[in-house]
Design a protein around this ligand. Structure first.
Ligand code: URA
Length: 192
């Protein structure tokens, strides 16, 4: 396992898959590296690739709105993706790309040690929860795995395409906020 400095260097230099040929930036993650809560998305989009930060484009803006509305503060979470380089035209990462990149994400999770991990969308659910799981079936339910509380929910980009996901996603975020408050209270009010 790498420390943060080593991990950053390894990610920046990575050429393990073809996404290295088309990326502008490697998008490692952003937020509090001691946070109790971690969000995992799919992969960087255009804005993220240009800026080198996850969830800064339209889906990220919607996520920010949701988090603000839930009063989930920026210091309580860290956010990353299944793959750290943008798939061309925002296609879904293929298995080979995800598998080559997952050790970096696992390393991040081990360093952060969040109590709660939110899987945003089908790709995060596939690689974090279960390869066969269907997001529409399992979203909104807590899953305890390897000492982490996992919450699968829709990807904010899906909400931009389909308004009917708004209420279920809101319900899921209420559960996330509740679990986060419980987690912080059980740690004597410390965020990290
Ligand atoms: N979608 C994702 O899954 N991740 C990002 O960082 C941006 C959009």
């Amino acid at each position: 396992m790498y420390n943060w400095t080593e991990l950053t260097c390894q990610c920046m230099a990575c050429k393990k898959c073809g996404l290295a040929n088309t990326r502008t930036n490697v998008v490692i993650g952003r937020g509090n590296i001691n946070a109790p809560l971690m969000f995992i998305g799919e992969g960087p989009g255009e804005q993220e690739d240009l800026r080198g930060e996850p969830f800064v484009g339209p889906a990220g803006k919607l996520l920010d709105l949701l988090l603000d509305a839930m009063m989930i503060s920026k210091d309580s979470y860290y956010i990353a993706n299944i793959v750290k380089c943008r798939p061309p035209a925002n296609r879904v990462p293929i298995d080979d790309e995800a598998e080559k990149c997952l050790p970096f994400l696992r390393n991040q999770v081990s360093l952060i040690k969040p109590g709660i991990i939110v899987c945003l969308g089908a790709t995060a659910v596939k690689y974090i929860v279960d390869r066969e799981a269907k997001i529409t079936k399992i979203r909104g339910q807590w899953i305890e795995k390897k000492g982490y509380w996992l919450m699968p929910t829709f990807h904010p980009a899906a909400l931009l395409r389909d308004e009917s996901k708004k209420i279920p996603m809101w319900e899921d975020f209420k559960k996330i906020k509740q679990k986060l408050d419980e987690y912080i209270n059980s740690n004597n009010g410390q965020v990290c």
